[in-house]
Design a protein around this ligand. Structure first.
Ligand SMILES: [Zn+2]
Ligand SMILES: [Zn+2]
Length: 123
């Protein structure tokens, strides 16, 4: 990990079918040279590595959610591996994925869970 960056909360969610890691979600704090702190959410192990900057207030509630480890508490965009209708997490192998292209450019990935619920996994 780079200097100045610290993982302040981390949760690993396992696939409810095979037990494999579905994704690891982390809250990372980065101290900037101007002494401000930037916070990131980082999701790895599902579709590549996704990271996004979050505001301080959102980061605080996010940290509590990660500590409780319940994927249902996470905002939808930070829990693509979680199927809300099922109330379960699935690894990428158990989502049946459909990648869409818009004029040859990657557009989005839709997935269908093992129970047949469809949703957007990545855009
Ligand atoms: Zn489902
Ligand atoms: Zn699985």
């Amino acid at each position: 990990m780079d200097e100045g960056k610290e993982v302040v909360a981390r949760a690993v969610y396992n696939c409810s079918l095979c037990g494999k890691e579905a994704a690891a979600v982390e809250l990372v704090e980065e101290k900037k040279a101007d002494s401000t702190t930037q916070r990131w959410i980082r999701i790895s192990g599902f579709i590549g590595v996704v990271s996004e900057v979050v505001a301080g207030s959102a980061a605080d509630s996010f940290r509590r959610h990660l500590q409780r480890g319940d994927a249902a508490l996470l905002p939808e965009r930070f829990a693509p591996f979680y199927c809300r209708p099922c109330g379960r997490c699935y690894c990428i192998d158990h989502w049946s994925c459909e990648v869409r292209f818009d004029d040859d450019f990657y557009d989005s990935t839709h997935g269908t869970c093992p129970e047949g619920h469809r949703k957007m996994l990545d855009d």
